[in-house]
Design a protein around this ligand. Structure first.
Ligand SMILES: NC(=O)C1=CN([C@@H]2O[C@H](COP(=O)(O)OP(=O)(O)OC[C@H]3O[C@@H](n4cnc5c(N)ncnc54)[C@H](OP(=O)(O)O)[C@@H]3O)[C@@H](O)[C@H]2O)C=CC1
Ligand SMILES: CC(=O)N[C@@H](CCC(=O)OP(=O)(O)O)C(=O)O
Length: 342
């Protein structure tokens, strides 16, 4: 069985990644692609690395024909996404990659995104897209909200540990390095090569990053009480990848065995042997997340490090994993590619 899919925002980084992955997916066929400033262009002219594929020309969303489309991937900026999705035919299944439907409470959305939500009913209907933890709801969902890429990385480490009660909930520090493609393809001064290469800097320092809304929502629900973590992201001169170093208080062996057990049957989450830790070079271009646990020299503390690719497991790969579930396809279909190395 092959399902027809359309990609809104196909001229952006996550849109291009969706096309790259779907190109070898046996159950999905691309029937529509949208752009904004690039509407009217051939994908090969926007993304020469996709030249070998026979793809529809980019159209505006208004000109897109949704007849016969089974599922839409929405890879648009937040705020635009909620406006577009609320106007789409209600028969469509939708996987949204933006931040618009991740937070269940409209007040939380306003707090972290600085603007009221324009589709609060759909916000309530949406299922959070961290596949390993929402699998059953995702299978039954019409609208799935892909997670933030930083938020996904931190949650893969912390959710099982919070659930199992093996760490001190008030002493969690998440220090994260994010590659530049996480910021999208539009021009931004601080992302120019001369300003980014050979450098590195923190951003959203002091607990202001929007993904804290996701951490607060998810961790507090698991713990049954408010959990606030300390989180500082850093921009690094790499194209893809997220490396999250988490400092936690708890017995390192219990932390390791909790993570090992939590992910024993997960096809995309690899817990490395105790004492080893991951690198973004080892997951690049793949849907895998690697997690490593190292005991600190200070007794009762551990360092847990996770790596994933923001454009695959952090967005487009996760989106396809969720689409597979929503369409009744095998969850791993089209996603078992090995990482690109070196
Ligand atoms: N990059 C990442 O690692 C991750 C991104 N996300 C989220 O996924 C979404 C897409 O991200 P990304 O691909 O990086 O973004 P890009 O900036 O690379 O792409 C944005 C896309 O949206 C289109 N677009 C922009 N404005 C409008 C508009 N007003 N109307 C219609 N289309 C519009 C652009 O069209 P055009 O170029 O033709 O003008 C382009 O196709 C965002 O919400 C982002 O936050 C989530 C997780 C990770
Ligand atoms: C390097 C960089 O800027 N990364 C982005 C995360 C990308 C992501 O997950 O984006 P959304 O939450 O917008 O979907 C950031 O930290 O804001």
């Amino acid at each position: 069985m092959t399902y027809n899919v359309a990609i809104l925002g196909a001229s952006g980084y996550t849109g291009a990644e969706l096309v790259r992955l779907i190109a070898t997916h046996p159950g999905l066929q691309i029937v529509g692609l949208s752009g904004n400033s690039k509407a009217g262009m051939a994908m090969a002219d926007v993304f020469p690395h996709l030249r070998h594929l026979d793809l529809p020309v980019l159209t505006t969303i208004e000109d897109m024909n949704f007849d016969g489309v089974d599922l839409v991937f929405c890879a648009l900026p937040h705020a635009t996404s909620q406006a577009v999705i609320s106007e789409l035919p209600k028969t469509l299944k939708i996987v949204d990659l933006s931040a618009d439907f991740r937070l269940r409470d409209p007040a939380d959305y306003e707090k972290w995104y600085g603007k009221g939500h324009a589709a609060t009913e759909m916000q309530k209907e949406a299922v959070y897209g961290l596949t390993e933890f929402y699998r059953d709801q995702i299978k039954a969902a019409r609208l799935v909200a892909g997670t933030g890429c930083n938020a996904a990385t931190g949650q893969y480490v912390l959710r099982p540990l919070i659930e199992a009660g093996v760490i001190d909930l008030d002493q969690i520090i998440l220090d994260l390095k994010a590659a530049v493609s996480g910021a999208g393809r539009s021009l931004k001064e601080n992302l120019l090569h001369a300003e980014l290469s050979e450098g590195a800097h923190a951003y959203s320092v002091g607990g202001t990053h929007r993904h804290l809304g996701e951490f607060d929502q998810e961790f507090s629900a698991i713990a049954g009480r408010a959990v606030k973590i300390q989180f500082t992201p850093h921009l690094i001169p790499a194209n893809r990848g997220i490396l999250a170093t988490t400092y936690v208080q708890g017995d390192p062996d219990s932390i390791y065995s909790t993570l090992k057990a939590a992910y024993a049957d997960e096809p995309f989450i690899e817990v490395l042997p105790m004492g080893q830790h991951p690198s973004i070079k080892h997951i690049r271009g793949s849907n895998f997340c690697h997690i490593g646990v190292v005991a600190d020299r200070i007794p009762g503390r551990a360092i847990v490090i996770a790596a994933l690719d923001n454009l695959t497991k952090g967005s487009s790969g996760q989106a396809i994993q969720n689409a597979n579930l929503m369409l009744g396809l095998p969850e791993t279909e089209g996603l078992m590619l090995a990482p690109v190395f070196p």
